[in-house]
Design a protein. Structure first.
Length: 301
């Protein structure tokens, strides 16, 4: 086949085919009239190069795979050199992932610091939590720990359990100064674990979804979600969006402004019930479960 047909059938470009030829990867035969003529196997070779480079390999690193195919081997029957290339590419990707993760966490930490110091003054703005019933959450989109965009004002039909907590600790990282002296500030990790352990029961009792929310950065929340294998997403709110919009109570520990603990039950995007105060965070999921069961029993009466 001619170069134009090969480019069309393989989804490549003539310029790329010339480059592969210069590297000796896909070499055509020269006809008497000077035209390039490619064997049928060339299409498989070009497709293989494109698939491997899309996975992160360089064009040169595709050579063992291309040579194996050209020699008549099946795509799954790669040579030892190809296996080494695979392993090397995986190690390189893991290294890049580690570097990018560290950069992301460092940027998120800086962003959280800027957000905390740049927040509007919400002192004296807090309202009595019980007065939140009947209000809607702000129309604000935030990336949750599962990568999905959550619109606080449009959580979806049915009941959403949104437990708001001050913060969770990370192994080896000190808690903010003054946090230990604040009643009810500790226990975020245990609370998240109990919502994990009772997640299926909560859904069975009528909850459509469960979220956790704090003023911590996404990096802290992703670490917790991964470490505890949470079946529900966490929502980072370092800008204290809910505090500014609804007057949720907050407190200051060290240089951080954090949420006081409460849980909102949002039904069809309107706050239906507020749990506050929460004297036992580690078993609070049971309290929510009992409330849902009572509601379910009343609906059957």
């Amino acid at each position: 086949m001619r170069v134009g047909e090969l480019a069309r059938r393989s989804g490549s470009t003539i310029r790329a085919l010339r480059y592969y030829e210069s590297l000796g990867l896909v070499v055509p035969r020269r006809m008497a009239n000077g035209y390039r003529e490619y064997d049928p196997i060339a299409e498989r070779l070009v497709v293989q190069i494109r698939e491997l480079t899309a996975l992160g390999l360089t064009v040169e690193e595709t050579r063992p795979f291309v040579e194996s195919l050209a020699a008549g081997a099946d795509e799954s029957d790669v040579c030892a050199a190809a296996l080494v290339t695979y392993r090397s590419a995986i190690v390189g990707l893991q290294s890049r992932i580690g570097q990018l993760t560290a950069q992301r966490d460092a940027l998120e930490a800086r962003l959280a610091l800027v957000n905390v110091t740049g927040n509007p003054d919400i002192s004296g703005h807090a309202v009595e939590p019980a007065s939140l019933v009947g209000r809607a959450l702000p129309d604000e989109e935030i990336f949750a720990t599962n990568g999905e965009v959550v619109n606080l004002g449009r959580l979806g039909p049915g009941r959403t359990i949104l437990f708001v907590y001050p913060l969770t600790g990370r192994p080896g990282v000190d808690l903010p100064d003054g946090l230990l002296e604040i009643p009810g500030a500790r226990g975020g990790t245990e609370q998240a674990r109990w919502f994990r352990d009772h997640h299926g029961e909560l859904l069975g009792a009528g909850a459509a979804r469960v979220y956790g929310l704090s003023a911590q950065s996404a990096g802290y929340q992703r670490e917790l979600a991964h470490r505890l294998r949470l079946p529900y997403p966490l929502i980072p709110d370092p800008r204290l969006t809910l505090a500014a919009a609804l007057g949720l109570p907050t407190f200051t520990a060290g240089e951080m402004t954090l949420y006081r603990r409460l849980t909102l039950v949002v039904c069809d995007d309107v706050i239906e019930h507020v749990f506050h105060p929460i004297p036992a965070p580690s078993t609070h999921a049971n309290e929510v479960l009992r409330w849902l069961n009572r509601l379910w029993t009343r609906s059957l009466a």
